[in-house]
Design a protein around this ligand. Structure first.
Ligand SMILES: C[S@@+](CC[C@H](N)C(=O)[O-])C[C@H]1O[C@@H](n2cnc3c(N)ncnc32)[C@H](O)[C@@H]1O
Length: 242
């Protein structure tokens, strides 16, 4: 298994394929979250894998002190245009501690973990978030509900976007949800494979406990409705540093 997440997320075709997951979806979710968690003015926030910054830009527009990090150099250089007094970006691997006892909230949104071959690295992602939080601070994770995804897995499909035909196949293997993406663009055949560990609530609870975090809340979609293992599309968790 290669370190697929370094190349695929850095490619323009990733952003093309997923372009429907846009700023509007992010805005609705962030507004629901802020209504629920009610961060005090001036709260300091970190997004562990901010991509092109769709969530952090909204948080900064609400006046919070926000930092977005991501492994993708192309995404961070895109984000730099939005930098301001209360919004900063850096290329950084979320498995490494960025700073200690510094943030009131750390976010990991839109299935931005589970990419690593070893459990140890998933744990490092959670533990580095816990290290970055102040005592009493909150970690907010938005992951897929793997039960929902696996029960509805479409094994083969294709779609055309901007004249490029993407052929996508999905399977579950050794506890990972694997998605093969093939297409031809700019006179080349491309093939990327996404590997995401099928992490359940129980897995997250184990990682949280090991990192000194306690789960407080669980939701099943972006409107923060209750989590149902069979029916919810998302698994949204809020944990606190004890
Ligand atoms: C599914 S995308 C979501 C991006 C963003 N949260 C959003 O909702 O638009 C996952 C992101 O995780 C980033 N990523 C992957 N591995 C990473 C790592 N080890 N450290 C930091 N970011 C990473 C990718 O570059 C990509 O931007």
């Amino acid at each position: 298994m290669q370190e697929w997440y370094k190349t695929w997320f850095d490619s323009p075709y990733y952003h093309l394929l997923y372009r429907q997951r846009d700023d509007k979806e992010a805005e609705g979710f962030i507004r629901s979250l802020i209504d629920f968690i009610k961060p005090p003015p001036g709260s300091v926030m970190l997004d562990q894998a901010c991509g092109r910054g769709r969530h952090v830009r909204i948080l900064a527009s609400l006046g919070f002190e926000v930092t977005g990090i991501d492994l993708s150099e192309n995404s961070i250089s895109y984000c730099k245009q939005f930098e301001s007094d209360n919004l900063h970006f850096a290329v950084h691997d979320m498995r490494r501690i960025i700073s200690v006892n510094s943030f009131d909230y750390v976010f990991n949104l839109f299935t931005s973990m589970g990419y690593f071959r070893h459990d140890h690295d998933q744990q490092l992602t959670v533990s580095s978030a816990a290290a970055a939080l102040k005592k009493g601070g909150h970690y907010i994770v938005d992951f897929m509900n793997v039960h929902w995804v696996i029960s509805r897995l479409i094994s083969e499909m294709h779609k055309t976007i901007d004249g490029i035909e993407f052929y996508i196949s999905r399977r579950v293997e050794n506890g990972f949800i694997i998605k093969d993406i093939k297409f031809r663009a700019e006179n080349h055949d491309h093939h990327y494979t996404e590997y995401v560990e099928a992490m359940t609530v129980e897995d997250f609870d184990r990682y949280f406990q090991h990192a000194g975090l306690k789960r407080l809340h669980i939701f099943g979609n972006y409107s923060l409705q209750p989590f149902d293992r069979n029916l919810s599309e998302r698994l949204i968790l809020i944990a606190q540093k004890t």
